[in-house]
Design a protein around this ligand. Sequence first.
Ligand SMILES: Nc1ncnc2c1ncn2[C@@H]1O[C@H](COP(=O)(O)OP(=O)(O)OP(=O)(O)O)[C@@H](O)[C@H]1O
Ligand SMILES: [Mg+2]
Length: 267
Amino acid sequence: MSASVTITDVAQAFPGRAKARLALDGIDLDIAPGQFVCVVGPSGCGKSTLLDLVAGHTRPARGSVTVDSARISGPGPDRVMVFQDHALFPWLSVEDNVGFGLKHSGVPEAERRATVATWLDKVGLTDAAALHPHQLSGGMRQRAALARAFAMRPKVLLMDEPFSALDAPSRDRLHVELQQLWADTDTTIIFVTHNVREAIALGDRVIVLSSGPGRIIGDVPVTLNRPRVVESERVVALAHRVRGLLDEADQLGITTPREGGDSYVSI
Ligand SMILES: Nc1ncnc2c1ncn2[C@@H]1O[C@H](COP(=O)(O)OP(=O)(O)OP(=O)(O)O)[C@@H](O)[C@H]1O
Ligand SMILES: [Mg+2]
């Protein structure tokens, strides 16, 4: 199951000391059902703000965000978020964590158990089903978080730097596993990261944001064969080009805050 996501002329602002501060501006983005889109940009450029808008945690100051042409009016089970911090419940076993959303969606126990078993198997945690989060490695915890998210069969999976706290070998393994899970399910994914190589390794497409406020300065298609790994020569070469875009934005002053009589000042 997957859905299209359409972001049209979106701006987002937050209260500042004197005036509202603009965090995102002029964001136009059409994401096809099942597409894997990565978003990169400097810290504070509005990446998490963009995910919050699609999740329905916040409403845009201007513009619209739709999923399958329906305007988002709040959170829903069709959109699930995975964070850097796995956000597992420490008092629940891995199995109960993975089944938590299903239980609260009213999925009957037998069906829930079968679904949980399937997803634990897909992420290689069958033997860890009865353990609690503190008994897992960081990589295992993120795997459990992935299983919990995919078990909900969301149409859109929103991922906010989910692997950035992991050591490199765990991250590399999860890159390959996530590409496999995505291929198996065809879920639409929006994946935010600071790491340009990670974005190229995972995405069908990499959206590059500038800061102050966040604007799209690049939309880079990635057609390399999968599964991809961050250290592959072609991933490294493309990452170099995307970093060039970010440097160029810096040199052109796109990151310089605007001054003047706007109703907003830039962050
Ligand atoms: N709830 C909020 N209230 C006020 N300002 C906010 C809020 N959420 C985000 N901001 C501001 O909006 C800007 C964008 O923040 P956001 O968290 O989206 O950046 P980011 O690109 O995700 O950064 P990072 O890479 O560090 O996670 C920042 O300047 C931040 O201070
Ligand atoms: Mg963020």
